[in-house]
Design a protein around this ligand. Structure first.
Ligand SMILES: Cc1cc2nc3c(=O)[nH]c(=O)nc-3n(C[C@H](O)[C@H](O)[C@H](O)COP(=O)(O)OP(=O)(O)OC[C@H]3O[C@@H](n4cnc5c(N)ncnc54)[C@H](O)[C@@H]3O)c2cc1C
Length: 343
């Protein structure tokens, strides 16, 4: 089939790679100037994401469908990464939830919620201080800890670049600096030009208005360079006021995130977020005091009014959007389902 894809973010790249590999003739349109334009102000959210693959922890704000898509995707990621042909850091060593002594009430609410929503095989496991020290020796502050054993993480910058590279190698034609104004069954309009395909995918994220009531939810992250700080898995602090997590990456990098602000403001990270996130990170891992802030970034999560993913299919057209804070967690299963429906 001749397939047109509007949007070369996380979904667009993954779709292009999988569809091209399956033998389709794929063309992708995106306003970004090139495949690795991650310094661009309007870049895809996929670049900025911390890459936590956390079906259980995300149950705090997601439903059973996101959980099920997340579990399936965790199984799908290793084969996808392996088939890319370039290295992408992907780990599945679990993640750890943490709480300071004074924040036990807030933490208990989250743990009770996860315990009520997660199936028995996926419940948070309380970690005694000695057990926590053994698996995450850098964690010093928090008095309470729980392990979520099956969770994972992916290096999103490596994966975004690798997906575009592998999709192109499989025959995908990328049209960079090309915006799509409208998408209809079998047709997309790019820079005033009508282009016909057997099937089109609309995966423009926050760019999919007015066809979908999508909005952007501002998120801010920091990259710390922290050589010698032994952090092995994503750490989340259950905090009464803000959500804070730390995700280790190759090269002694720790990604600290993320604010969640109902605004489409893409301007640089605010002082308030800087103070809150970095103070919270330091309270969990005091050794981070000497880490260097090497990068900060702002982006918009594409979200629908219910903050849940939506897939709309009709002959000639599939729209996927609303991946909100779960894109990396659920994209492989969504793409597998879309490909099956196409077949
Ligand atoms: C701070 C932050 C932290 C996050 N952390 C995580 C995490 O830890 N785990 C997780 O699972 N998810 C996380 N996410 C969420 C994840 O990044 C998103 O859910 C995911 O990127 C959505 O994928 P997408 O392809 O729908 O949209 P995007 O990745 O945003 O891609 C949309 C693409 O559409 C293009 N586009 C826009 N308008 C047009 C147009 N008119 N024509 C053509 N193309 C267009 C854009 O240029 C872009 O390339 C995070 C997001 C943020 C912002």
């Amino acid at each position: 089939m001749r397939i047109g894809i509007a949007g070369a973010g996380l979904l667009g790249r993954l779709l292009a790679f999988q569809l091209a590999r399956a033998g389709h003739a794929v063309e992708v349109f995106d306003p970004a100037p090139h495949a690795e334009a991650r310094a661009d102000a309007t870049k895809a959210a996929g670049w900025t994401a911390a890459g936590m693959l956390s079906p259980v922890a995300e149950l705090e704000c997601a439903d059973a469908n996101v959980f099920a898509l997340g579990l399936r995707s965790l199984e799908l990621w290793p084969a996808i990464v392996q088939s890319l042909g370039v290295p992408v850091e992907l780990k599945r060593d679990g993640s750890v939830l943490l709480a300071h002594r004074g924040d036990e009430g807030a933490a208990r609410r989250v743990i009770d919620l996860l315990t009520a929503k997660a199936p028995a095989a996926h419940l948070p496991q309380a970690l005694a201080p000695a057990a926590l020290r053994e698996i995450e020796p850098a964690v010093q502050g928090p008095a309470h800890a729980w392990l979520l054993p099956g969770e994972g993480r992916i290096h999103t910058v490596q994966a975004m670049a690798a997906l575009a590279w592998a999709a192109a190698a499989a025959g995908t034609r990328f049209h960079w600096s090309r915006s799509v104004e409208r998408v209809e069954a079998g047709v997309l309009w790019s820079d005033g030009e009508r282009r016909a395909f057997d099937h089109v995918f609309d995966v423009r994220g926050t760019g999919a208005r007015p066809e979908l009531p999508v909005r952007g939810v501002r998120g801010e992250v920091f990259w710390l360079h922290a050589p010698g700080v032994a952090m092995h898995r994503p750490l989340r602090l259950l905090h009464p006021r803000h959500r804070v997590y730390m995700v280790p990456r190759e090269g002694d990098i720790v990604v600290v995130g993320a604010s969640e602000i109902e605004s489409e403001d893409r301007s640089p990270v605010s002082l308030r977020t800087t103070v809150e996130l970095l103070a919270a990170a330091h309270s969990v891992v005091p050794e981070l005091a000497e880490a260097r802030i090497v990068h900060s970034e702002t982006n918009l999560r594409p979200a629908l009014p219910d903050n849940l993913p939506r897939v709309e299919m009709q002959p000639g057209l599939t729209r996927i959007n609303g991946l909100f804070r779960h894109g990396w967690l659920i994209a492989p299963a969504l793409v597998a389902d879309a490909m099956e429906a196409l077949a």
